[in-house]
Design a protein around this ligand. Structure first.
Ligand SMILES: [Zn+2]
Length: 178
C-alpha cells in the first residue's frame, strides 16, 4: 500500500467519510486505515453513533413525547451549560431536566463525549506543534551557534593585543641593539 494515511489525517477526514463526501479513492484509503487501526476505528464508531443519535432525534421530533418546550429550552442552553456560562439558577434547571428527561440526559452525555473527542484531538495537535516548534528552535540555534559568536570578538581582541605587544617589543629591541 503506497498511500497510507496517518491517524491525524484520518481523524481530519472522518467527518467527511461519515457524510460520504470523499472521493472514492480517498474513501478507500480511510476505509483501509480504519480496518488496520483500532484506535481510529473506535473514534469512527463513536462519531457515527453520535451523529446517528442526533439524526434520530431530529426525525422523531414530531412524535416523541419527551420533546417538550422544556426540552427545547434545555437544548438551546446545553452548550452554554457545558461551557459553564450559565448562572446557578439556570444550570440547576438544566440539571433537573437532564435527570427527568432521558433525551436530555443522552444529549448531555453526547456533548461531553464530543467535547472529550475534540479535546483529545486538540491536545494531540498541540503536542505536535510543540514538537515542531522545539525542532524549529533547535535548528535555529544550530545555525546561529551563539557560542561561536561570543568567542569570535574575544579572539580578535587577543590577536590584536598580541600583535601590538610584539610590535612594541620589536621596537624596543631595535632601539636597544641597533
Ligand atoms: Zn489510526
Amino acid at each position: 500500500m503506497n498511500n497510507r494515511l496517518t491517524c491525524e489525517q484520518v481523524s481530519a477526514l472522518l467527518n467527511f467519510y461519515i457524510e460520504d463526501s470523499l472521493s472514492s479513492k480517498l474513501k478507500e484509503y480511510v476505509r483501509q486505515h480504519l480496518e488496520n487501526c483500532p484506535e481510529c476505528m473506535e473514534k469512527f464508531i463513536s462519531m457515527q453513533n453520535m451523529i446517528n443519535k442526533f439524526m434520530e432525534i431530529e426525525n422523531e421530533e414530531i412524535e416523541n413525547p419527551y420533546i417538550t418546550k422544556q426540552y427545547k429550552d434545555f437544548k438551546s442552553n446545553l452548550s452554554a451549560y457545558v461551557d459553564n456560562e450559565l448562572d446557578n439558577q439556570d444550570s440547576i434547571k438544566i440539571k433537573k431536566i437532564a435527570i427527568s428527561n432521558p433525551l436530555a440526559r443522552q444529549d448531555l452525555e453526547n456533548i461531553y463525549t464530543f467535547k472529550r473527542l475534540l479535546h483529545s484531538s486538540f491536545q494531540k495537535t498541540k503536542n505536535e506543534m510543540k514538537n515542531d516548534y522545539s525542532k524549529f528552535t533547535l535548528n535555529m540555534l544550530k545555525h546561529e551557534n551563539p557560542a561561536e559568536k561570543r568567542v569570535d570578538p574575544f579572539y580578535k581582541l587577543t590577536a590584536a593585543f598580541f600583535i601590538m605587544v610584539s610590535c612594541i617589543v620589536a621596537g624596543v629591541i631595535k632601539l636597544l641593539y641597533f
